[in-house]
Ligand binder design. Sequence first.
Ligand SMILES: [Mg+2]
Length: 191
Amino acid sequence: MKKSVDRPMKIPCLFLDRDGIINEDLGYVYDFMNFKVHESILKVIGLAQKEGWKICVLTNQSGVARGYYLESHISRLHQEFDHFLLCHGLKKIDGYFYSVDLDGPMRKPEPGMLQEALEKFSEIDPCASIMVGDKVSDVLKDIRLSYFLVRGHYDLGPVENSPNYSEQKITICNSLEEFYFSFSNAVRSSV
Ligand SMILES: [Mg+2]
């Protein structure tokens, strides 16, 4: 039988919130000195990379609009984190997307940064992708993704108590470690 023309393969992406997920949320972190990386996230990143997932960071950085730091601090911090990953035997993050605004279409939960990522990496399949965050606003206004919220500093009640909670693709985890186990199960069941 003649093989049909292959379409370019779509791949899933792990979208990560930054502060509170990758690093401890110490409030408006802008230098690597105060960037305390969570150990569990290295396991998550390692597994995602091993399984061929893309990894993108989507982070609200209104500290710029508030005058606490400059955009150049953000890019330098991300370069340093990439270097840190390489030193730990991992690959760099595929894409960093940040919003410097106090509101507007780029700031989560608006889907602007996600759209930017999907335009940059057309191979990403949003329906197979996951967004992980620690705030209700990390659940983007895009129903194609699955969402995992990790309990940390923020009240997740508005999601848990929402009447639509069970219909949305949202899972609440008590820790990053718990997310790692859910993620490894999801990865295993998708092969
Ligand atoms: Mg966060």
